[in-house]
Design a protein. Structure first.
Length: 169
């Protein structure tokens, strides 16, 4: 049996580092913003092993042309691919441009509140439109806060959330 000595123990064990994901993503986004001639400041934050990147601007900026939901989702996908190409690992980073994620959360709260109202008026359940897994997670959290239960149903692009009252025990 070989005895472990300092010479036989690897000096560094490679583990995925979400901060590295953020740095790679920030480099990619800075280059994209530069090519697009869009002004924006990047903030990187790591929460619960997930990298969050926010692009914001003080004062006058043309950043708003990138801040609609579909564009943000597309840029997030491209940024994840850039990180994956560099690291070889799938990236779960979340991109927010100009507060678009906060605006979308407000929209999701409204969707959930309208669905809950339908249930309170007698519907046995209420289905929301298809949305991304990230948005469905937000919806599940909001639904739970409202005292209801929810589950995701459907496949691929048709995956959506269904809200129901809590079953009586």
């Amino acid at each position: 049996m070989t005895e472990a000595t300092p010479e036989t123990i690897p000096a560094e064990v490679s583990t995925p580092d979400t901060r590295d994901d953020g740095d790679i993503a920030a480099d990619y986004l800075e280059e994209l913003l530069d090519i697009s001639d869009v002004d924006g400041d990047l903030d990187i934050e790591v929460r619960e092993s997930r990298t969050y990147i926010s692009v914001n601007s003080d004062g006058e900026s043309n950043l708003s042309k990138l801040a609609d939901g579909e564009t943000v989702d597309a840029l997030q996908h491209l940024t994840r691919l850039a990180v994956q190409a560099e690291t070889g690992e799938f990236s779960r980073l979340i991109l927010d441009i100009g507060g678009s994620r906060d605006a979308r959360r407000i929209e999701l709260v409204g969707l959930v509140d309208r669905a809950v109202t339908r249930i309170e008026e007698g519907a046995s359940s209420a289905a929301l439109p298809p949305m991304s897994s990230y948005e469905r997670k937000i919806v599940h959290d909001i639904v739970s806060e409202r005292g209801y239960v929810s589950e995701s149903e459907g496949e691929a692009r048709e995956r959506h959330t269904v809200i129901r009252p809590v079953a009586s025990a």
